[in-house]
Structure formats: C-alpha cells, structure tokens
Design a binder for this molecule. Structure first.
Ligand code: PRP
Length: 205
C-alpha cells in the first residue's frame, strides 16, 4: 500500500481533485469529519491529512511515501526528498518586500521579518549581506509598518496584501507552486506504485 501525505486546507482540496481526476478517488475524504487517515483498498492507497508545513517531514522520515507540498515550505524545510512533479497550481512567488520608498542602510545588518528564516538566510548569505532574522508566524506585512523590520521575506500571490499596506516587492527569490515529493527509499522499494501514480497525475494535470 502506498501512503500519501495530503495537505489539509485550500491546497488540499486542489490536490484531492487532481487525485480524483488521476483515478485515485477516495470519496470518504470529502466527508466532514475529524478522521485523519483514509484508505482506498481498490487503489492501494492510504491517505493521511497533514498540516501543510508538516508534509515534507512525514515524507522525509518515510512515515508517508509521497506527499504534496508548496515549494516555499519545501525550501524552508530543507527536507531530503525527491521532487517528482510540479503540479502547476498553488502558484505564487517568494519575495523580499518593503515599505514604498524604503532606503536600505548598508552599514548595518538588514532586519528581515519572515515565516521562512532558512530561505531568507540562504538568500542573503548568497548575496553576502548580513541580516538579523525575525521569525514571525503570520501577518508578516505588519513588521515593516510597525518598524519591527526593514523588509519581509514572504509569499506574494495576488499582491493585494502588499498594495493595501503600502508595501511593494523589491526582489523575487523563487517561484512557488505545489510539488509532488517522495521519500528516497520508497522510490526504490515502491517504484512501480510511485511511477504509476506519477504517470496518472501527470496526465490529469
Ligand atoms: C499569505 C502571505 C501574505 C498573503 C499574500 O498570508 O503571508 O500575507 O498570503 O497573498 P496576496 O499576495 O494574494 O495578498 P496568509 O493568507 O497565508 O496568512 P498569514 O498572513 O496569517 O500567514
């Protein structure tokens, strides 16, 4: 049996629709319940509903063979997994943004507020720019407005949150979309099952 970590929430609904179109339906998943594990005997698949930020961890440790995760979370996790497919949805960009008119003081460390400290640190390390990372958990856009940070590193989808808060993108770090990932040893021991689901998902994209 192939175990699949599905992200809960908005991304999860899109992933489920794709799995359904690929012939891996599990109608019980759509029921309103608190169950976390669903089995589709006919497809030989067991689904686990996982918090999006935990998917890569389950897959890296082999608690799930494959899973779907946003590239932003995947980059931040640094998980040692294979990336098998770009699913083409959940698109946004990881960006550096600041208040309109912000002028950078290059004589001191740049204060960066973010939910993605590893991404931010790797990005500025590559640019040889010293930063002070301020880890936040949401509404990151508040940080430069209230003077907590100089810039933010965050995802930008429509750009509406930035515009409505008088902020704008200064640099784009990476494009983001949903990715199908796999545990490295599962790719050896369950290669036929994984190849089949990848092939069917690819056709359904
Ligand atoms: C995300 C992100 C931005 C916003 C970007 O926040 O952190 O705040 O969406 O979307 P936009 O470009 O379409 O405006 P999310 O909705 O996940 O909530 P959070 O701020 O609580 O993390």
């Amino acid at each position: 049996m192939l175990s699949v970590a599905l992200p809960k929430g908005r991304l999860g609904n899109k992933v489920y629709k794709l799995l359904e179109a690929a012939g891996y339906a599990c109608p019980e998943l759509l029921e309103d319940s608190r169950k976390l594990i669903f089995t589709s005997e006919e497809n030989g698949v067991k689904y686990a509903l996982v918090k999006p930020s935990d998917v890569a961890i389950y897959v890296e440790y082999g608690a799930a063979d494959i899973g779907v995760v946003g590239k932003d979370i995947l980059l931040e996790s640094g998980a040692d997994v294979y990336e098998l497919l770009d699913l083409g949805f959940g698109k946004c960009d990881l960006c550096v943004a600041a208040k309109n008119g912000f002028g950078e003081d290059r004589t001191r460390a740049l204060r960066v507020a973010t939910k993605f400290p590893h991404v931010a640190e790797a990005y500025y390390r590559a640019k040889n720019r010293e930063i002070e990372t301020i880890k936040l958990f949401g509404s990151i856009e508040l940080a430069p407005i209230l003077g907590l940070s100089d810039v933010i590193v965050d995802i930008v989808e429509t750009g509406k949150t930035l515009i409505e808060n008088d902020l704008s993108v200064r640099e784009t770090i990476a494009p983001v979309s949903a990715r199908l990932i796999a545990n490295k040893s599962a790719c050896k021991f369950k290669d036929a099952e994984i190849e089949r689901i990848v092939r069917e998902m690819e056709k359904a994209i």
